[in-house]
Design a protein around this ligand. Structure first.
Ligand SMILES: Nc1ncnc2c1ncn2[C@@H]1O[C@H](COP(=O)(O)OP(=O)(O)O)[C@@H](O)[C@H]1O
Ligand SMILES: [Mg+2]
Length: 276
């Protein structure tokens, strides 16, 4: 079926027979992450429902990036379990039903469903815009090149960069590169998009354009978002829920009106007065 929606799934197959519609899309269950003796995440529990937009706020060094990197399987948990759509990410069910460390293949399959945009855009420098966006859909998803290119054009329209399709990263501003990075992540049609301070490395005058694109995506698609940002107005606009994070734990969580308007915890108040 032809569709105009660049995010429309072509094959919404469940990951495995045990995955259920009722499971949250992401669930952290007593997740611990340590670097040596340094405990970064301390028995962390939270869930993100399908289609929800959740923003993580909190001081620098509090472990926000670590949460996203664990979800991308760029890091392994020290304890506890992360579930994606009901499936354990770092472990897999063994024949006897107990959880065994996950195989590379299991992790790869789950990772296909997750897209991430980083503070540093990390475009492939030797490829033009079109190649940056089509590379993974062709080589990882096995899409026909023509279909991948059509998808890329739709996404470039979405991020307002149709005319840059043959440009190389060095010919683009930071804001344009970041919009290509967003299109590149969306080209995989992820179920969940992770955004890690995607405007923090940009010149101030380029921030608004990138945030506008993200607002548009948040409001016009059903993608699930887990977002780390210091842009509090943006967080207020797009979030269903804001989680205030500090010292390895979620210390307060609620709708943006509540967290920004009537925060309960002194640490949240102190953090907000420092950044607002
Ligand atoms: N690879 C690593 N090795 C050792 N310590 C790390 C590593 N990555 C992150 N950390 C530490 O973990 C803590 C949380 O980092 P991070 O998740 O990047 O925080 P945030 O994104 O909230 O600023 C920091 O104290 C950081 O120094
Ligand atoms: Mg960070």
């Amino acid at each position: 079926m032809a569709t105009d929606d660049p995010l429309q799934k072509t094959s919404p197959e469940p990951l495995a027979p045990t995955a259920t519609d009722s499971a949250p899309l992401v669930r952290f269950d007593q997740v611990v992450k340590r670097y040596g003796a340094h405990v970064v995440l301390d028995h962390l529990d939270f869930a993100v429902e399908r289609g929800q937009h959740v923003t993580l706020i909190g001081p620098s060094g509090s472990g926000k990036t670590t949460i996203l990197r664990l979800l991308m399987t760029l890091e392994r948990v020290s304890g506890g379990t992360i579930y994606v759509d009901g499936q354990p990410l770092s472990h897999m069910p063994g024949p006897d039903g107990s959880l065994k460390p996950a195989s590379e293949k299991h992790q790869r399959e789950i990772r296909k469903r997750i897209g991430m945009v980083f503070q540093q855009f990390n475009l492939f420098p030797n490829m033009n815009v079109l190649q940056n966006i089509t590379e993974a859909p062709v080589n990882v998803l096995g899409l026909e090149r023509a279909e991948a290119e059509e998808r890329a054009r739709d996404l470039l329209r979405l991020v307002g960069l149709e005319e840059k399709i043959t440009a190389h990263p060095t010919q683009l501003s930071g804001g344009q590169q970041q919009r290509v990075a967003i299109a590149r992540a969306l080209a995989m049609r992820p179920d969940i998009l992770l955004l890690d301070e995607v405007t923090s490395a940009l010149d101030p005058e380029l921030v608004a354009g990138v945030l506008d694109v993200l607002r548009d995506i948040a409001h016009s698609t059903d993608i699930t978002l887990l977002c780390v940002t210091h842009e509090m107005n943006f967080a207020r606009d797009i979030s269903d829920r804001v989680m205030m994070f500090d010292s390895g734990k979620v210390i307060e969580s609620g709708p943006p009106e509540k967290i920004f308007g009537e925060p309960e915890h002194e640490r949240t108040r102190a953090f907000l007065s420092a950044v607002l």
